[in-house]
Design a binder for this molecule. Structure first.
Ligand code: GYE
Length: 324
């Protein structure tokens, strides 16, 4: 452990002197288990909640954490994973920003005998042995739940034709692909619904606002529904809708995914109709998996937390604080 500590400090020093922008945070505990974690960025409250969950869970489980933020760059994540391998961490965990392009670096991890846990997002690979476990949401189900709400709402309003715009997340990221598929598998087979356009807002609030401005300029009053793949983009889009002079939640049905405190609160204000929960609190499961792997025990291939739908049909007054 002493050697590792020394190398960790050297890594930080190297990083400072080489001007590298992905900050390495090393949180030491008394345990012998060292987890290298590559976080993909800080693009949303969800992500910040996820980082906090990993940090606090590592402390609770007495696991030393070496963490790097890739600031939305896959190359940085690959560099981080390589540095974790060089440093001989016990377990690698990372949130893959996109699905493609991981085979080489994960083969290096496999050859070094280091197990890999995918956190939050999946990868696309022909070699399933390149990772041991996935801990994250069932995004397809989230898309289905979003569509289920819309079907109910349309019936309620007695509407036979609704026009939808969709603000999607980062291109080639698992939540984007699956939230799209789950939603479209239901609405594309129902004549009540017509998708006007799907565009990517990269999971960012600023881009959500830009996308909605563009969509309002193009389709104006025709838009009946906005389905957004995350809360940050939704909050930006709501700003754009209000600036345009329309009422979110009334003139345009708003459906969003994540379940941040800010959007759940907007259900009560009538500005959002439905929030599909996606919890970032994955830290404890990841740490439990890491401990089991070190003890030579098996862990489940996929672990997805139970998630809920919060909507204008629910009484949300007793809902505990969301924590992100
Ligand atoms: O929905 C979004 C974040 O991968 C589930 O990434 C995560 C998504 C989440 O930026 O807010």
């Amino acid at each position: 452990m002493k050697n590792r500590k020394l190398i960790a400090y050297l890594m930080i020093a190297l990083c400072i002197f080489s001007g590298c922008s992905s900050k390495t945070v090393v949180e030491e505990t008394s345990s012998n288990l060292l987890l290298g974690f590559s976080q993909l960025g800080s693009e949303s409250s969800w992500r910040i909640g996820n980082t906090a969950s990993m940090e606090s869970a590592a402390k609770r489980h007495n696991i030393s954490l070496m963490m790097e933020n890739a600031y939305q760059k896959q190359e940085k994540q690959i560099d981080s994973i390589r540095s974790f391998i060089a440093y001989q961490v016990d377990v690698i965990a990372f949130c893959p920003i996109v699905e493609d392009g991981w085979d080489n670096v994960l083969t290096e991890a496999k050859n070094a005998g280091i197990p890999v846990i995918l956190v939050d997002r999946l990868i696309n690979t022909s070699d399933e042995s390149l990772y041991t476990a996935y801990v994250g949401a069932d995004f397809y189900q989230e898309g289905v739940s979003a569509a289920d709400f819309l079907v109910r709402k349309a019936k309620d309003l007695g509407k036979e034709h609704l026009l939808i715009v969709e603000i999607a997340g980062t291109v080639d990221a698992t939540p984007t692909l699956q939230r799209y598929d789950g939603f479209h598998d239901i609405i594309d087979n129902d004549d009540t619904f017509q998708m006007l356009e799907t565009i990517s807002g990269d999971f960012l609030r600023s881009k959500g606002e830009e996308c909605m401005k563009y969509l309002l300029n193009k389709y104006g009053d025709d838009i009946d529904v906005m389905y957004s793949h995350n809360d940050s983009m939704t909050l930006g889009a709501i700003d754009a809708i209000e600036a345009w002079g329309a009422k979110p939640g009334k003139d345009i049905i708003i459906i969003t995914v994540d379940g941040e405190q800010a959007t759940v609160d907007l259900i009560s204000e009538g500005k959002i109709n439905c929030v599909i929960e996606c919890t970032p609190m994955l830290g404890d499961i990841v740490m439990e998996h890491a401990k089991k792997l070190m003890a030579g025990e098996e862990v489940p291939r996929i672990t997805s937390p139970q998630e809920e739908t919060f909507s204008e049909y629910d009484d949300l007054r007793q809902l505990p604080p969301r924590g992100y």
